[in-house]
Ligand binder design. Structure first.
Ligand SMILES: *[C@@H]1O[C@H](CO)[C@@H](O)[C@H](O)[C@H]1NC(C)=O
Ligand SMILES: *[C@@H]1O[C@H](CO)[C@@H](O)[C@H](O)[C@H]1NC(C)=O
Ligand SMILES: *[C@@H]1O[C@H](CO)[C@@H](O)[C@H](O)[C@H]1NC(C)=O
Ligand SMILES: *[C@@H]1O[C@H](CO)[C@@H](O)[C@H](O)[C@H]1NC(C)=O
Ligand SMILES: *[C@@H]1O[C@H](CO)[C@@H](O)[C@H](O)[C@H]1NC(C)=O
Length: 373
């Protein structure tokens, strides 16, 4: 066993009124499957830092660090300053760390399966961050990434984020990959003036609640891959998409609320632009009747329509989604629609109106179904 990397670390936590309690930790080596991630780092388990007073007395090893199952009352700027210059890449796995102030010198940060709910960044100095990963945490906004001008890789996945504003990306001119799957994004607020992300190659929006995608003022000439499957899209402006992303090669469309005719038109117009509509994880499911067309005539606003679609989806999901889903997928869809319904229920003013129209529509569908039988 090569123990060259096994730095011995002394973390001394002192609490003003209590006795100073020294604790000793060894870095442990990663398992083989994680070796790429852990090989040049010190991994620490069960670190506990209860307060800023404790933080003054914490000494981290002079290398990259992975924390496992550790508790921080908050990862404060004070604690961040205790990180040595050698710590360029820091990761947190299964940690308790509700508040996180991102140290400006970090070049890579992973917050995985940790209960981070609030993230703070420093707007006054330059931030070195190039790779940021926040998976299965509790953040509701990703506005804070706007300060990371050097960011190349962004992955914010499985967080309860509902709205993303394109302005957030304005200064991220180096960004190559943006992965936002598995959040609850129902609105990608379009840019208000031309926005150029020249190096963006991949944009992953799968498993969200998107009802539309407006890329009109956004230009990413390098974008090759766009994943849109498992959303609530019912339409897509392919011409606009092609203008925004002239080198787009690959779009995934499966498991959205497409009307079948619309979907075949979309796929056709992508085909002539040499864009493959590859569908991973799901087949291109669509609704075979013009229910949604009917709704769009009723003059309800987009949000109300979404609610109708979601409610409608619960009804048809068994029929239309059953075959393309195993239980996992169905539960996921149900979970997503439940959450969206909850969100929309709070938009009280239109709900009653929607309910009334929905009752009419339900009758109308029943009528149609009876006619067809
Ligand atoms: C860390 O926090 C969790 C959740 O609050 C708690 O259950 C656990 O006992 C804490 N561990 C330590 C070592 O303080
Ligand atoms: C983005 O860049 C512009 C121009 O340099 C600057 O005025 C603005 O404050 C920056 N925004 C953020 C969030 O850093
Ligand atoms: C699509 O690809 C074919 C063959 O590679 C090429 O001839 C054609 O010009 C391309 N069409 C567009 C719109 O890029
Ligand atoms: C069910 O779907 C999930 C998500 O797409 C996939 O990971 C899993 O392998 C599937 N299970 C079966 C039995 O097909
Ligand atoms: C919705 O409206 C009803 C009655 O108009 C009210 O009792 C209820 O508190 C409202 N809900 C929300 C979330 O505003």
């Amino acid at each position: 066993m090569n123990r060259a990397f096994q730095l011995q670390l002394i973390v001394i936590l002192s609490v003003a009124v209590r006795l100073v309690t020294p604790w000793y930790y060894n870095c442990f080596e990663g398992t083989a499957s994680e070796s790429a991630l852990l090989s040049d780092s010190c991994s620490l388990r069960n670190i506990v830092v209860r307060s800023d007073i404790d933080a003054q007395n914490v000494y981290f090893p002079p290398t990259n660090i992975n924390f496992f199952q550790s508790n921080f009352s908050s990862f404060s700027p004070t604690l961040g300053r205790r990180l040595p210059d050698e710590a360029e890449r820091v990761s947190f796995y299964n940690c308790v760390v509700p508040k996180f102030a991102i140290p400006t010198k970090l070049r890579a940060l992973r917050l995985m399966f940790s209960n981070v709910a609030m993230v703070f960044t420093n707007y006054l100095t330059e931030n070195a961050m190039e790779e940021l990963v926040v998976v299965a945490a509790q953040i509701t906004s990703m506005k804070f990434v706007e300060v990371f001008r050097k960011l190349r890789y962004l992955r914010i996945e499985g967080n309860p984020i509902q709205i993303v504003t394109m302005e957030t990306f304005r200064n991220l001119t180096e960004v190559e990959v943006i992965k936002l799957s598995g959040n609850r994004i129902y609105f990608l607020e379009p840019a208000t003036r031309p926005l150029e992300l020249p190096k963006l190659v991949e944009l992953d929006l799968r498993r969200n609640f998107l009802v539309q995608l407006d890329s009109s003022l956004w230009h990413s000439p390098s974008l090759r891959i766009l994943t849109l499957h498992l959303n609530f899209l019912k339409s897509l402006n392919v011409e606009q998409l092609h203008r925004s992303f002239p080198h787009l090669q690959w779009v995934t469309l499966g498991s959205n609320l497409w009307n079948c005719q619309r979907l075949s038109v979309i796929m056709g117009s992508m085909l002539v632009r040499n864009i493959s509509t590859y569908v991973t994880e799901a087949r291109p499911g669509c609704q075979s009747f013009s229910f949604f067309e009917y709704l769009s005539l009723s003059g309800l606003d987009a949000i109300s329509k979404t609610q109708l679609m979601v409610e409608q989806m619960e009804e048809v999901s068994t029929a239309n989604y059953a075959e393309l889903s195993n239980t996992t997928l169905l539960e996921d869809l149900r979970g997503r629609s439940d959450a969206l319904v909850r969100k929309l229920k709070s938009l009280n003013s239109t709900v009653e109106r929607v309910k009334n129209s929905y009752a009419d529509v339900k009758l109308w569908i029943k009528g149609r179904a009876n006619q067809n039988n």
